[in-house]
Design a protein around this ligand. Structure first.
Ligand code: ZN
Length: 580
């Protein structure tokens, strides 16, 4: 099996690859100053907001937020895996991809995907032999072809079917544990997580099985059981059925978010191939970003009960920061006692689509909820409305959509737009809501003495001007215990050991880390406009100067605290006197 691709090779590849050529072969680019522009290939638009920067080796769309390196572009545009994208890029440049056989992690991931695939196949083969399971599917109207398309299977009763078959040695058992297929008991023994359940493999966008959902056939509890969070499976990111939808549809015109896997499968059975399911979690911004990459029309379909209404309101709050002109979000509430599965089985596909088409638009839903039980004839009532609306409207990005939303709200509540705007004058809530949407906002908000925002600024500067960090004295960071300080230190170390690294090169270094996603957003932060006289190196050392003061203050606070606790040593006392 192939080993991991050495980082040095990726550094080199990114340094040599021309992002303009890679993108330009697939999307017609127009030169605009130092950058290139195009209509974004990842969302529908008429005026170009997709920018490619050759010096940074980076592309970014101001419309939908898509961004990344040449490798990312191949992955997203051609739906390639990381390894395939690296190989394609290498082939363009006429070089061979070396394999570092000694490096194990990537191989381990392959093994884990492979293990999930084998277990899924095994369960699939067992399905037809279990009458209960087959009957259950028949009763729900699921035919063989649909079951096959979604890879449905059956995990038989018993404590060790998976363990016995796939856990032959200690290493195999570790793998089963790490994908959550077995559970370790206190006494060190193991047993199968999924027993006597109808099994739904959960696939990532590329069709690899990353986890499972299991449903009991009888009255067993819990009714639904998912794989735990694992290295492969992150509930807040994945949408059940997205891979299948992409396989089934050439153009995705709309997507509907439903709650359960059975809903997705039942809808697909009725020819509605555009349903996806959240996996037992509320809709996250990541979910929505993924949906909006594929289509501008997202419907949410909820049960009509109280829980459904609550889930809808939370989805609305999550959607607000991502809403803009051209994007349409609607909410459909099914009649009492119905879920999409039962509804489509009883009334058919056309009725379901009609229900979606009749869904409430996000703006209307927002306004009707805000205006409910508020007496707009009274001053108090209007104040209350403004209080409710302010944090929500504050989440909507400034722009045409926000203006229209304000106008509709004003009309609905019988105020003039100006009067409403006055009522909604930004308060503290507004800022807090907006901060939440910003990458690394957490870092910025934690400390109140300027340290974190300075760190964030330094990270942004370094990413966009890696060369500016070459001569930087970063010693202060070693003792700074603030969020983001460690990341900043690693970035500086990297640009100093790799003096020719570009923005794209840095992003590739962090591709497989959580921080990578934030870095991508920061790298997009100040493309394109930058003044010629801008001195990034000077700015950076100024940032570090400020951080030095922060570190000093932190140290003083720490020593004073120790002094209060009477645990200050003589050396520390001397140090404290020196610092003051
Ligand atoms: Zn875009």
């Amino acid at each position: 099996m192939a080993g991991r691709i050495p980082q040095a090779f990726i550094d080199d590849l990114i340094a040599r690859a021309d992002v303009v050529e890679v993108v330009g072969r697939r999307v017609p680019l127009k030169k605009a100053g130092r950058e290139f522009k195009a209509c974004c290939p990842f969302h529908d638009e008429k005026t170009p907001s997709f920018t490619v920067s050759p010096t940074k080796g980076f592309y970014h769309c101001f419309g939908c937020g898509a961004h990344g390196t040449a490798i990312t572009f191949l992955m997203e545009y051609d739906h390639m895996s990381f390894v395939d994208a690296v190989e394609t890029l290498a082939a363009m440049l006429g070089v061979e991809v070396p394999r570092d056989e000694s490096d194990r992690p990537a191989r381990r991931y392959d093994e884990l995907f492979d293990l999930n695939a084998r277990v899924a196949r095994g369960w699939q083969q067992q399905l037809s032999g279990h009458d209960d399971a087959v009957d259950y599917l028949k009763k729900r109207g699921i035919d063989g072809a649909t079951a096959k398309r979604f890879g449905l299977g059956f995990a038989p009763d018993g404590w060790s079917a998976v363990l016995d078959r796939y856990g032959k040695d200690a290493e195999a058992i570790e793998r089963l544990l790490s994908v959550g297929l077995i559970i370790r008991k206190d006494n060190g023994r193991h047993y199968d997580r999924f027993r006597d359940r109808l099994m739904f493999p959960i696939r990532d966008a590329r069709g690899r099985t990353i986890g499972f959902g299991g449903r009991t056939l009888g009255d067993g509890e819990p009714k639904y059981l998912n794989s735990p969070e694992t290295v492969l499976f992150h509930k807040g990111r994945e949408l059940y059925g997205l891979h299948e939808a992409r396989q089934a549809l050439r153009n995705i015109e709309r997507l509907v978010v439903v709650e359960g896997y059975m809903d997705v499968v039942a809808l697909a059975r009725h020819g509605i191939d555009f349903a996806v399911g959240t996996l037992g979690t509320a809709t996250t911004p990541e979910h929505l970003n993924r949906l909006f990459r594929l289509t501008d029309n997202v419907d949410f379909c909820f049960d009509g009960d109280r829980a459904g209404k609550q889930a809808a309101w939370r989805a609305l709050e999550t959607a607000l920061p991502l809403i803009r002109e051209g994007r349409q979000v609607r909410f459909t509430f099914l009649p009492d006692k119905h879920d999409p599965d039962s509804y489509v089985n009883e009334f058919g596909a056309d009725a379901f689509v009609a229900a979606l088409d009749g869904g409430v638009k996000l703006a209307d839903y927002l306004i009707s909820e805000l205006a409910s039980d508020v007496d707009l004839d009274s001053v108090d009532g209007r104040a209350r409305l403004a209080e409710r609306a302010r944090p929500l409207i504050g989440k909507v990005p400034e722009g045409v959509y926000r203006e229209l939303l304000m106008d509709s709200l004003a009309a609905a509540v019988g105020l003039s737009a100006d009067k409403l705007k006055q009522l909604l004058k930004p308060g503290r809530d507004n800022d807090a809501a907006r901060d939440k949407q910003r990458p690394l906002a957490k870092i910025r908000r934690i400390g109140s003495h300027g340290g974190p925002s300075v760190i964030r600024r330094a990270v942004t500067l370094l990413l966009n001007h890696p060369e500016a960090g070459r001569e930087l004295d970063a010693s202060v960071l070693a003792e700074l215990e603030r969020p983001g300080a460690a990341l900043l230190r690693k970035l500086i170390e990297t640009v100093q050991s790799e003096p020719n690294i570009s923005t794209a090169g840095l992003l590739e270094r962090w591709r497989h880390d959580d921080e990578g996603r934030y870095l991508g957003k920061l790298a997009a932060a100040n493309i394109p406009a930058e003044e010629a006289e801008f001195d990034a190196a000077a700015e950076l050392s100024q940032c570090l100067g400020q951080l030095k003061l922060v570190a000093r203050k932190d140290r003083i606070d720490f020593l004073i605290q120790k002094q209060r606790d009477s645990s200050l040593s003589d050396d520390e006392l001397a140090e404290l006197r020196g610092l003051r």
